[in-house]
Design a protein around this ligand. Structure first.
Ligand code: DQA
Length: 149
C-alpha cells in the first residue's frame, strides 16, 4: 500500500451524520459535518492530498461510493453511523478495496451500548479510530497519509 494511484482521499459519512451540531451534542459535540469537511480538507491539503467528502442516509449510495473510491482514491475514511453495526453490504463493499480504509467514529463505540460494540466493517478496514470527536477524522487522515506516503 505504498504507491498511491491518486492524491484524493474519500471521506464517507452514513445515516444521521448530516444532523451533527444539533444531534445529541452531549455525545457527538456541537461541530457540524460542514465544519469537519472544512478542517479535513485543510488538514489533508498540508500533506498534498485532496478530499472528496460525502454524506448519505442511504446504504446503497454508500456502497456505490465505496466502489467508486476503489477506482479513484488513495485511501478511504468511513463513518458509517448506525450502519456500522448492521451492514454486511458495506463490509462486502470494503473488503476487496486495494486502498487503506480507516473506520472512524466521533464517539467511543466500545464505551456505549452493547449493540454498538459490534462493527461489521472493522474486519474490512485497515484500522479504526473511535472516540476523539471531530478529531477522529483528522487522526484518520494522518493514518492514511502515513500509510500511502
Ligand atoms: C457513530 C457511532 C454509531 O454507533 C452511531 O450510530 C452514529 C455515530 C459515531 O461517529 O460515534 O451514528 O458512528
Amino acid at each position: 500500500m505504498t504507491q498511491p494511484h491518486s492524491s484524493l482521499i474519500y471521506i464517507l459519512n452514513g445515516p444521521n451524520l448530516n444532523l451533527l451540531g444539533n444531534r445529541e451534542p452531549d455525545i457527538y459535540g456541537t461541530v457540524t459535518l460542514e465544519d469537519i469537511e472544512k478542517s479535513a480538507t485543510l488538514h489533508a491539503g498540508k500533506s498534498g492530498f485532496g478530499v472528496d467528502f460525502r454524506q448519505s442516509n442511504h446504504e446503497g449510495a454508500l456502497v456505490d461510493w465505496i466502489q467508486e473510491a476503489g477506482e479513484k482514491a488513495a485511501g478511504l475514511i468511513i463513518n458509517a453511523g448506525a450502519l456500522t453495526h448492521t451492514s454486511v453490504a458495506l463490509r462486502d463493499a470494503l473488503a476487496p478495496l486495494g486502498i487503506p480504509v480507516v473506520e472512524v467514529h466521533l464517539s467511543n463505540i466500545f464505551a456505549r451500548e452493547s449493540f454498538r460494540h459490534l462493527s461489521h466493517i472493522s474486519p474490512a478496514a485497515t484500522g479504526i479510530i473511535s472516540g476523539f470527536g471531530a478529531n477522529s477524522y483528522i487522526l484518520g487522515l494522518d493514518a492514511i497519509t502515513a500509510t500511502v506516503s
